[in-house]
Design a protein around this ligand. Structure first.
Ligand SMILES: Nc1nc2c(ncn2[C@@H]2O[C@H](COP(=O)(O)OP(=O)(O)OP(=O)(O)O)[C@@H](O)[C@H]2O)c(=O)[nH]1
Ligand SMILES: [Zn+2]
Length: 179
């Protein structure tokens, strides 16, 4: 960080910047903490329930860092699944923890979306999984093409949401309720 400050023509020893390298180190430890988390472990709390319909948690806040520019992208994730044959469900907060575990890494939005879906599919063996992520990328807003306000939407569907158009459109209509 000190080298970067020098490279941009700053004085790393001036008052306001002296502690900046260590501040950034602490901020990075927090923003990339997902690299030290096993995402599968976030789903170990599971309950048996007689629920074989969709469970959908909408508007889970996402703050991640694009791996190309190390600039933030932020927005929301919607995570849904249809419990499997044995009706195993997980705690609702665990879906948000799963999002965090993958978001707090250098990422691209497509991979973030697919990793959340694949881990849910592997760990819960549900009938279907749907993940939709909508984010604004600061590397497109603050620099480069400079298009603030554009949002990128990515989705990953597995199982029944992939094979059954009705399940998929039910999920999509639930996602659109608030618009
Ligand atoms: N697919 C995808 N692309 C991303 C994501 N985050 C950033 N990017 C893009 O990654 C690309 C990197 O392109 P490069 O040409 O290597 O880098 P660059 O010259 O800085 O590109 P510009 O942003 O167009 O100025 C850019 O088009 C970014 O918009 C992401 O999550 N998914
Ligand atoms: Zn970028």
């Amino acid at each position: 960080m000190r080298e970067i400050l020098i490279a941009i023509g700053e004085d790393p020893d001036r008052d306001g910047l002296r502690k900046t390298p260590s501040r950034v180190a602490h901020a990075y430890a927090e923003m990339f903490a997902g690299l030290r988390v096993d995402p599968a472990q976030t789903l170990t709390t599971a309950f048996d329930a007689n629920h074989d319909e969709m469970v959908l948690v909408r508007d889970i806040e996402v703050a991640s860092m694009c791996e190309h520019h190390l600039l933030p992208f932020h927005g929301v994730a919607h995570v849904g699944y249809i419990p499997g044959m044995h009706g195993r469900i997980t705690g609702l907060s665990k879906l948000a923890r799963l999002v965090e575990a993958y978001a707090r890494r250098p990422q691209v939005q497509e991979r973030l979306t697919a990793q959340i879906a694949d881990t849910l599919e592997r760990q819960l063996e549900p009938r279907g999984v749907i993940v939709v992520v909508e984010c604004e990328h600061l590397c497109m807003a603050m620099r480069g093409i400079r298009k603030p306000g554009s949002r990128t939407v990515t989705s990953a569907v597995r199982g029944r949401f992939k094979t059954d158009a009705r399940s998929r459109s039910e999920a999509m209509s639930l996602l659109n309720l608030h618009r």
